[in-house]
Design a binder for this molecule. Structure first.
Ligand SMILES: Cc1ncc(C[n+]2csc(CCOP(=O)(O)OP(=O)(O)O)c2C)c(N)n1
Length: 703
């Protein structure tokens, strides 16, 4: 639907509200000034202003409900936060990075909002990530409407709630913006986009940034998206436009995009001087549109406030800032030793015995695909908050055709039957966009759902890297445990496919184990996959669940179903073969190859111990150390490229901490530092084979 609204000045506001609007706008501007002063005095460490955006901010906030609606505000949204109920003191605590700063306890720069009570979700610095998360928060709203048992478990849900997200004109160029629009428009999500267009992204003018220079014109083809363009420096016009946009979302007609033209009088940030790229003429024109001055003039011209009343409002705000700045400057800084707190859930420990639940086997042996599928079935039945989405994961995109088709359920069939059993609200196809899958899952998880999403192949996880690295792994830590996104990303990984080639054989687990805040798991058997996935789903942390796809249907790793509560704690390796002469530390597809090599070595008189790590972050150092203290020789074996790989960390730690126990250098055997090629002969040359393991182990044993 293409909808552009003719704006009329019909807003009816009391004198008191209008005076308060001025107060918030003025307070916001003077807080910027105060922060700039403090930064120049080296009493704070960063400043970015909301100057020029105050009118649209306050206008939108007046239509929204703090602690009821959900907010993903851009860094310029100081006035929005104030209007929603954040105090000047709270903002200044963030500027000084105080221990009691509610956004992050000194971990984030100021203007990275996050106030749990008000539902202002912790924000980060990448310009586009919040947009997909907001779409996810709106997805959660739709989910709660559809699945009442889940809504009953939600910390907050209202049938007419709205999710607010704001961004700059520059940020509309991020792919995440377009992914979000496609997703939100397609499902009529109750998502309000406010594009605060100040004409520049740092120094890049909007006509250089955006085709045709006008974002609302570009997005008008999205069905069910209401687009409204307004002068965001004119409070009344902004108020009316925001009212219509919010009402559209509240009444569940679809998402709305409010394109507000604003100005940016204080340069991009304190590190920028706009005179380097804006002419005096442009700056003069922008100054004439300053929303604060315009609103003051309107109030005086219309006789709504006297000069004296205006001055009283200003004096009151100035006083508040002075007092609160003094208090903020003497606030206690965060303790140095607090820095490691809240990388992971402080209350749910997936390495604990609580997650050690014995198996009660039933039925015939099943493959890894079957037992992952069984775990998803069990967990979806157990917890209405578990939701599965990704590319092709549904059985049939057109639900009405389900009775007449066999059902897809993922390219590897891991999610087969979930849509049929649990319905299309709980298992559905996402658009083809990995950032969207992860970003939306983060938004849903923040609201208390448990997304278990699939990235179709590890090789295609990279578009989601921004969301994984800068959001999923960071959210809990950066918000000082105020927000979290416990979720699971399932990813088929690795080679040995004979034909998988460069783009269907990749490994790369070390890139993720390197990231604080994320658990990384890689099972090598059907039973472990079942038990570890259940732990991942029931844990309170984000988990990257890597499934060696070569093992999906192998008969050697099959197991009967271990029961609906079977769990293996994270960080527990498995001793899969006992030996006395050397230890192979490995995981994934190389476990079975190590066992085959160990058997052959046995015939040569070499007794090989094999450890399957199963969980890569955290990993079982205790078992590794115990084994090497016994065998005194270590071979670290992994499928990924040798250099800078996961095994490099393990090998380094063994050399560091177990040096006195070693009778030989720590050895590594891994994939070559080259891509996995298509022809099986070439693939064999790249990935470690049983013969290679045998040779490396033999050399080590006889070193
Ligand atoms: C993904 C990403 N790329 C680059 C940056 C650096 N950066 C910070 S703000 C900014 C410009 C943003 O412009 P716009 O969205 O128009 O917002 P404005 O600052 O004008 O309000 C850039 C390039 C960033 N923070 N994140």
């Amino acid at each position: 639907m293409v909808t552009t609204i003719e704006l009329q000045r019909s807003a009816k506001l009391s004198k008191e509200v209008m005076a308060n609007v001025y107060r918030t706008m003025y307070l916001s501007r003077r807080l910027d000034d105060k922060e700039i002063q403090l930064k120049r005095q080296n009493k704070t460490f960063f400043q970015i202003s909301g100057a020029g955006h105050e009118a649209i901010n306050v206008a939108v906030a007046l239509h929204l409900r703090p602690g009821y609606d959900w907010f993903y505000p851009y860094y310029r949204d100081r006035a929005l936060c104030l209007q929603l109920g954040v105090s000047a003191h709270e903002l200044l605590l963030a500027a000084v990075g105080a221990k009691d700063d509610a956004t992050s306890a000194g971990r984030q720069m100021p203007s990275h909002w996050g106030y749990k009570k008000l539902h202002i979700v912790s924000q980060s610095s990448p310009t586009g990530t919040q947009i997909l998360q907001a779409a996810g928060a709106a997805d959660a709203s739709r989910y709660f409407s559809a699945i009442r048992e889940a809504a009953e478990l939600a910390s907050s849900f209202h049938a007419d709630e709205v999710v607010y997200v704001s961004l700059g004109d520059g940020a509309t160029s991020e792919g995440e913006f377009w992914e979000s629009l496609n997703g939100a428009a397609n499902v009529k999500a109750p998502l309000l986009y406010v594009v605060e267009d100040n004409g520049y992204a740092i120094s890049v003018p909007v006509d250089v940034q955006t085709a045709g220079g006008n974002i609302s014109r570009l997005v008008r083809g999205f069905p069910d998206l209401l687009t409204i363009e307004c002068d965001g420096t004119d409070f009344l016009q902004s108020y009316e436009a925001a009212g219509r946009a919010v009402e559209y979302c509240r009444s569940r007609r679809g998402p709305a995009l409010l394109h507000a033209h604003v100005v940016r009088p204080y340069s991009h940030s304190l590190s920028d001087d706009e005179r380097a790229y804006k002419t005096e003429e442009v700056r003069r024109e922008e100054a004439a549109r300053d929303p604060l001055a315009r609103w003051a003039k309107h109030l005086l011209d219309q006789g709504l406030l006297t000069e004296k009343e205006l001055k009283e409002i200003e004096a009151g705000a100035d006083r508040e800032i002075r007092e609160t700045a003094d208090r903020a400057l003497s606030a206690e800084p965060p303790a140095r030793d607090s820095v490691l707190l809240y990388l992971y859930s402080p209350t749910v420990d997936p390495t604990s015995e609580h997650f050690d639940h014995p198996a009660r086997f039933t039925g015939e042996p099943k493959t890894m695909v079957d037992l992952i599928n069984a775990c998803l079935n069990d967990e979806m039945a157990r917890d209405p908050r578990v939701v599965v989405f990704g590319e092709d994961v549904a059985d049939c995109g057109h639900e009405e055709d389900l009775p007449r088709v066999k059902g897809k359920g993922g390219v590897f069939k891991v999610t087969h039957g979930l849509q049929r059993r649990f319905g299309s609200a709980r298992c559905y196809d996402s658009p083809l966009g990995e950032a969207g899958i992860v970003g939306r899952a983060i938004g849903m998880a923040t609201r208390g759902l448990k997304p278990v999403v699939e990235i179709q192949f590890f090789d295609y996880i990279w578009p989601a890297m921004m969301q994984i690295r800068n959001e999923m792994g960071v959210l809990r830590w950066r918000s000082h445990n105020n927000f979290a996104c416990p979720m699971v990303i399932r990813v088929p990984i690795g080679g040995y496919l004979a034909g998988g080639a460069i783009y269907h054989s990749q490994s790369g687990e070390s890139i993720f184990t390197h990231l604080p805040g994320i658990r990384v798991v890689m099972p090598s058997t059907a039973l472990d996959a079942n038990g570890l996935l259940r732990t991942a789903i029931r844990s309170d942390d984000p988990v990257l669940f890597l499934e060696p796809k070569h093992l999906y249907r192998q008969t050697h790793n099959r197991s009967p179903h271990p029961g609906p509560d079977y769990m293996i704690p994270l960080g527990k390796a498995k001793l899969v073969c006992e030996g006395a002469d050397l230890t192979i530390v490995t995981y994934g597809a190389l476990v079975v190859r190590s066992l085959q090599a160990a058997q052959k070595l046995e015939a040569e008189g070499v007794r090989t111990e094999v450890l399957d790590l199963r969980s890569l972050q955290p990993y079982d150092w205790e078992l590794i150390a115990a084994s090497i203290k016994k065998t005194n020789r270590a071979l670290v074996l992994y499928e990924d490229h040798l250099s800078f790989g996961y095994g490099a960390e393990i090998a380094a730690r063994i050399a560091d901490e177990l040096f006195e126990y070693l009778d030989a250098p720590v050895r590594r055997l891994a994939g070559k530092d080259v891509y996995v090629p298509y022809h099986p002969r070439l693939e064999e040359a790249v990935l470690p084979q049983v013969g290679d393991i045998q040779q490396a182990a033999r050399e080590l044993a006889f070193y």
